[in-house]
Every structure is written in structure tokens, then in C-alpha cells.
Ligand binder design. Structure first.
Ligand code: S3P
Ligand code: PEP
Length: 672
């Protein structure tokens, strides 16, 4: 997950490849609750691991439910309709699918519970559900504002004499909550005429396909709800939630919308087929699978099987559409970004519920689409988008994401703009609500011209602090990190481990070994084929070998290719001695970092002493000065700043100040 303050997505061109998407949020949280309410244990396979499911799992644990994780399977030991813990404060984050059904279930079972969430959750309505539960004799109080969480739940005096009425025009989750909780009432009622539990929907019901998910999963847990259209739902008396023993969670169809759109928008990479999505397809029980139809209307070419989809670009530009999106409220946000690539004005209607979700999504989408150059008309329940009038009318934008995962995910697709502008996504970690690794998934499928992938080079003499600075910059920008000095050391270590002669007689073999190595920089650790080598490469002996290896021409050539392989989306920070001058001459920012010899000697001294290695300041300083002189004057690639490098003497600067300074220079080069 990118936990950076922002993520700059370079302009993108093509996309190809296949992706297995994480589990459905809607299915995961329903299955967790149903498994918890049933008796016995349920193995849930492919459960979504994200903020929304974590809050649900944590709440279930607090209520005394056994939760055991084994790879992608979570086993839930059910409570059999009665929490083991009668008093708890439950934090539900911003998960509508957690707080609403859990409120209903706890209110029926009774106890002393408080349910709260993030500040936005306290602005998301729950009054219609509370009103419905109160008809049944449930005890629910508002702790702050009437109609909104946080809530306190007490002991009910259940009294079911008439159908329970619920409004469904603000959120379908209230009806879902009743449907999942009321079997707990029905189970205690003898099957007899008039004993069934009946729910009546008052007025219009929105987001209807989510009710189909609820009914489908209830049936898998042994509760077959009878229905009369969308108006009346009957839970037969004597119904009981029974675990099916194990259950598989489909991949998330709403998450699929970003990749379906990607297939529709991105040019196809040469010889490639487009985007293949695994884990969800035509047989999905999720309503958002119908996003496929909307994407096809806009021009996407889609083929599908029961649990896969394959998408490629069809009509281009995309075709503008006018669509009632009430059945796909979440995925419809993706259509709003697709509309930027359409041949006219797109109108998405009947999405008033957008106003009460993670943020006011109608206002948010309108504001951010305008930043990109679109003309947007926002109504009470619709949004109308006209793309930028010409290539020149596109603007580079920093997209504010309002702590809304879907805003962050759908706007990443604006990076395909024809103007070749990057897009900045603020607070990218908000995708953790439903898809923590969204951006990693995106970057695994998209390609762009290497010239668009940014590189920052930090070169400089030994002990100038370039490694620390470069690693910190990479972390702050979410870029890859290349410590080229360590690469020579890793090459030497791998060669000697493979038993190859560290001499010209072994140069061909060493060179062919290098491309097979999987080298990763994880923070300040260096991994070789998954094994942490951070200490092993720093030995005196390996240092000598590294120096020998670096003198072998074929090895150097192979290392160039290896260094270039770090140049990947979304960007790279490389540190070394010839990063800016030789390896990445095209880098957008080159910094040549220096510090006075006494300062560097001091830093190295502290470093060695802290490792328990004894040395003296004077000898270190003499070594450094001698080495500087050798580096500067040697004939083969002498250490000198690239012509276009910025010099930074950090003798009197803290690491933070140096980082801020370089980030400031970097920002000065951005169009945002
Ligand atoms: O029941 C569900 O799983 C959901 C229902 C929808 O909410 P509304 O019914 O509030 O539209 C949807 O937006 C949400 O992401 C998940
Ligand atoms: C509306 C959403 O979430 P929630 O389940 O919290 O309602 C969503 O995921 O888009």
C-alpha cells in the first residue's frame, strides 16, 4: 500500500495482463456476520482483507467470536445467536456494511454496546434503521446527533405484532441489516400462521442489487426469504441461520470496474490482448457486475466466463451515455472518469445516495473532474460531464480524495489523458477501505514510455549521506529505490555463493547470473531472492570482491541492465556515484551531495562506533580525503557531478532539512 502523502501517476499509454482481484467487500462483511450469528464454525475462503473487513472482524472478536486466520482462509466460530460478551465499545471505521447490519443484530440480541466510527461515519445516516428496530422493541439511543452514529444499544423488549416498516430511499443497507438480523427473531417463533417476520419497504428502494446479495447469502446460510417484489420480505417463522461449513468470497465487482475501465481506455500493448480479470465474472451475485453493460455502451469490448472478464478498447473515443445508475451506485463513479474520454456529454442519473457515502460524492466528483478541465453540471441526484474541449484543455491536477477510496481509484484512470499529463492522487492510502494494494495492481498492468517515468539521482562521495537521503525521498514519494553501491556488493556476494571465480575467468558466468537475481530494497534492508542480505554484503571480504567485480566489463554491462530494471512506475530514486552522469542521464532531477571531509569522517566514525567497530577520527578523515582524491582524478568515470546536477552541501544540514530541500526542488518541477 502507498502510505505517502500523495502519489504522482505519470502519464500512461497502454495496459495489458491479468489480475486476480481481492474479495468483495459486500460479500465478505455479510458472510462474516452470518457466520458469527450461526452455530458452529465457518471457513471463509478468499475473504477481503481491508479496513472495512478488519473493523468487522475486530468487532466480532470483541463480542467473543473465535476468529482464526490461515492464509487466505478465516475460520469463524459462531456465537449461535448470542454474544459471549455483553458489554463492548465497537469501532466501525467508515464501514457501512459493518455498522448497519451489526447494529441490527446486536439490537435484537441485546446487551450494552456502543458503536462508533470515524467522523464521517457520524455524518452518515442510520435513522431509518433505528426507527425500524424501535418498532420491534429494540433499545437504541443516539449518543450525539439524532439519526446518526454513535449509538448505544441496550436490552430489547421484543414485541412483534405487525410488519416492520423500513425506508429504503437513503440506503439499501438498512433493509439488508433487518434481513440479516431478523432471522434471530424468527428462530424463536413456532412455524404457524401469522408467526412469520415481515418487513415492508416504505417508498422507493435504492441500490436494489445489494438486496439480491443479501438474499443469496442468507439462502446459503439456510434462511430462505420470501419476497413480494421490492416491497415485502417475509422471513418464515422457525428460520435459523445455519453455517454452510465453508464459503468462497467472489472477487469484488466494484473493484473490477477500475480495471474494466482500464481495458476500455488504454491502448492495447503491442501483441497483447487487453486486461483479464480473474475471480469475478458473468455468474457473479454482485450487482456491480452490470458495470460491464455500461462500459460496453461506452465502447468497451468485453468477453466473459462465469468468473472472469476480458476487456479491451473498442470504440475510441468512448461513446457518451445517459444512464440511470441507481443499480450500480459504487461503480458509477468509474463511469464519471470514463466520461472524460467520451465523444460528448455523459449524464449519470439517480445517484442521490452519493451524497451520504464516504464523502458527498456528487460534489467531490464534480470538483475534481473540473480540475482536470471537464465541464461539469452537478444536480441533486445527477452529474453531467463534458470532457475537456481539446487536448490543450486538459489540466494537470492534484486530486483531493476526501478519504474516499473510490475517488482515489477512479481518478487514477485520468493518467491516460491525451495531453500526457501526470495526475497526483492525494492521500492514496484511503484505498485501504476496500483495496489496499490498488495502485500496485494498477502499476502491474500499465505501461508508459520510459521518458515519462521520473528518476531522481542522488550522487556523491562516500559518507555524504546520499543513501539516507535517497531512501527517505523514495519513501516520501512512493518511488522505487536503487542503492547502486549495494548492487555491486550483492553481485559479488551472489557470485561467490554460486562458487564462481571473482576474476576475469568468471566474468561471463557472473554476468549471466545477474539477470536471474531477484533484488529488492525494502526500506534500508536489501533482499536477495527474498533473503535479507543487508549485513552479509557489508563485510570487508565482500567489499573487496565488490571492487573486483565492478572492474569486469561484462559484469558492469549486466549491472547497467539491472540498474535500468529499477526504472519502473511510478518512479525511481537512485543513489550512487554515476547515477546522473552515466546510468540515468535523462533524470529529471540530479543532486550531487557533498559534505566537508571532517563532517563525513565524523558521520562514518559514529556509524562504525555504533556497530562496535573501533577506529579513529583522524585515520577515517585521512582515508576519506585520499579516496576523494582518487575518485576525482581516476580516468574511468571519475566522480564528478553531472553537468545538470544541483550541488547540495549538507555539512550543516539535518537529514530532514536536506529531504525537504530536495522535495521542494522536485515539487518545483511538477505541473501541479
Ligand atoms: O449493501 C452493501 O453491501 C452496499 C450497498 C450500497 O450502499 P447503499 O445501499 O447505501 O446505496 C453500496 O454503495 C455500498 O458500497 C455497499
Ligand atoms: C459506499 C461505500 O461503502 P459503505 O459500505 O461504507 O457504504 C463504498 O464502498 O463505496
Amino acid at each position: 500500500m502507498y502510505a505517502t502523502a500523495f502519489l504522482d501517476i505519470p502519464p500512461l499509454n497502454t495496459a495489458s495482463g491479468s489480475i486476480t482481484l481481492p474479495g468483495s467487500k459486500s460479500i465478505s462483511n455479510r458472510v462474516l456476520l452470518l457466520a458469527a450469528l450461526s452455530e458452529g464454525s465457518t471457513d471463509v475462503h478468499d475473504l477481503l482483507d481491508s479496513d472495512d473487513t478488519r473493523v468487522m472482524l475486530e468487532a466480532l472478536r470483541q463480542l467473543g467470536c473465535g476468529v482464526h486466520q490461515n492464509h487466505s482462509t478465516v475460520t469463524i466460530e459462531g456465537l449461535g445467536g448470542k454474544p459471549k460478551v455483553a458489554q463492548a465499545k465497537l469501532f466501525m471505521g467508515n464501514a457501512g456494511t459493518a455498522i448497519r447490519p451489526l447494529t441490527a443484530a446486536l439490537a435484537v440480541m441485546g446487551g450494552d454496546y456502543e458503536l462508533s466510527g470515524v467522523p464521517r461515519m457520524h455524518e452518515r445516516p442510520i435513522g431509518d434503521l433505528v426507527d425500524a428496530m424501535r418498532q420491534l422493541g429494540c433499545q437504541i439511543d443516539y449518543l450525539e446527533k439524532s439519526g446518526y452514529p454513535p449509538l448505544r444499544i441496550g436490552q430489547p423488549t421484543l414485541n412483534l405484532s405487525a410488519p416492520i416498516q423500513v425506508r429504503g430511499d437513503v440506503s439499501s443497507q438498512f433493509l439488508t441489516a433487518l434481513l440479516m438480523a431478523l432471522p434471530l427473531v424468527a428462530m424463536h417463533r413456532a412455524p404457524a400462521l401469522g408467526n412469520d417476520v415481515v418487513i415492508e419497504v416504505v417508498g422507493e428502494l435504492i441500490s436494489r442489487p445489494y438486496i439480491e446479495i443479501t438474499l443469496n447469502l442468507l439462502a446459503q446460510f439456510g434462511v430462505v426469504v420470501q419476497r413480494d417484489g421490492w416491497q415485502r420480505f417475509t422471513i418464515p417463522a422457525g428460520s435459523q441461520i445455519r453455517t454452510p461449513g465453508e464459503i468462497y468470497v467472489e472477487a469484488d465487482a466494484s473493484s473490477a470496474s477500475y480495471f474494466i475501465a482500464l481495458g476500455a481506455i488504454a491502448a492495447r500493448a503491442r501483441g497483447q490482448k487487453g486486461i483479464k480479470i480473474l475471480g469475478v465474472g458473468a455468474a457473479s451475485i454482485q450487482g456491480d457486475i452490470r458495470f460491464v453493460e455500461a462500459a460496453q455502451m461506452m465502447g468497451a469490448q468485453v468477453t466473459s466466463g462465469p468468473n472472469w472478464l476480458e476487456i479491451s478498447r473498442g470504440a475510441w473515443p468512448l461513446k457518451a451515455i445517459d444512464l440511470d445508475c441507481n443499480h450500480i451506485p459504487d461503480a458509477a463513479m468509474t463511469l464519471a472518469v470514463m466520461a472524460l474520454y467520451a465523444d460528448g456529454t455523459t449524464t449519470l442519473r439517480n445517484v442521490a445516495s452519493w451524497r451520504v457515502k464516504e464523502t458527498d460524492r456528487l460534489a467531490a466528483m464534480a470538483c475534481e473532474l473540473r480540475k482536470l478541465g471537464a465541464t461539469v453540471d452537478e444536480g441533486a441526484d445527477y452529474i453531467r460531464i463534458t470532457p475537456p474541449a481539446s487536448v490543450g484543455a486538459w489540466k494537470a491536477a492534484s486530486i483531493h480524495t476526501y478519504d474516499d477510496h473510490r475517488v482515489a481509484m477512479c481518478f487514477s484512470l485520468a493518467a491516460f489523458n491525451p495531453a500526457g499529463l501526470p495526475v497526483r492522487i492525494e492521500d492514496p492510502k484511503c484505498v485501504a477501505k476496500t483495496f489496499p494494494d490498488y495502485f500496485e495492481a494498477l502499476f502491474s498492468l500499465v505501461q508508459t514510455s520510459p521518458k515519462h517515468v521520473p528518476v531522481i539521482c542522488i550522487d556523491g562521495p562516500t559518507a555524504s549521506g546520499k543513501g539516507t537521503l535517497a531512501a527517505e525521498l523514495a519513501m516520501r514519494l512512493g518511488y522505487h529505490f536503487l542503492d547502486s553501491g549495494a548492487l555491486y556488493r550483492i553481485a559479488a556476494l551472489a557470485a561467490s555463493r554460486a562458487g564462481l571465480p571473482i576474476a576475469s575467468s568468471g566474468e561471463a558466468q557472473i554476468a549471466s547470473l545477474l539477470p536471474q537475481l531477484r533484488i529488492e530494497f525494502a526500506g534500508n534492508r536489501i533482499l536477495l531472492n527474498g533473503e535479507d542480505m543487508s549485513e552479509a554484503i557489508r563485510t570487508e571480504e565482500n567489499g573487496m570482491n565488490a571492487s573486483k567485480v565492478s572492474a569486469l566489463a561484462p559484469v558492469r554491462a549486466a549491472l547497467v541492465a539491472l540498474q535500468h530494471s529499477f526504472h519502473r512506475l511510478p518512479g525511481l530514486v537512485a543513489d550512487g556515484r554515476d547515477m546522473g552522469s552515466v546510468i540515468f542521464p535523462q533524470a529529471q532531477l540530479k543532486v550531487f551531495l557533498t559534505a566537508s571531509a571532517p563532517q563525513r569522517a565524523q558521520r562514518r566514525f559514529k556509524q562504525l562506533i555504533s556497530k562496535g567497530i573501533s577506529t579513529t577520527l583522524d585515520s577515517l578523515r585521512a582515508d576519506l580525503e585520499a579516496r576523494d582524491e582518487r575518485d576525482r582524478t581516476r580516468s574511468a568515470s571519475p566522480l564528478k557531478p553531472a553537468q545538470d546536477a544541483v550541488l547540495l552541501d549538507n555539512s550543516d544540514l539535518s537529514v530532514e532539512t536536506s529531504v525537504d530541500l530536495v522535495l521542494g526542488w522536485w515539487q518545483g518541477k511538477q505541473p501541479f
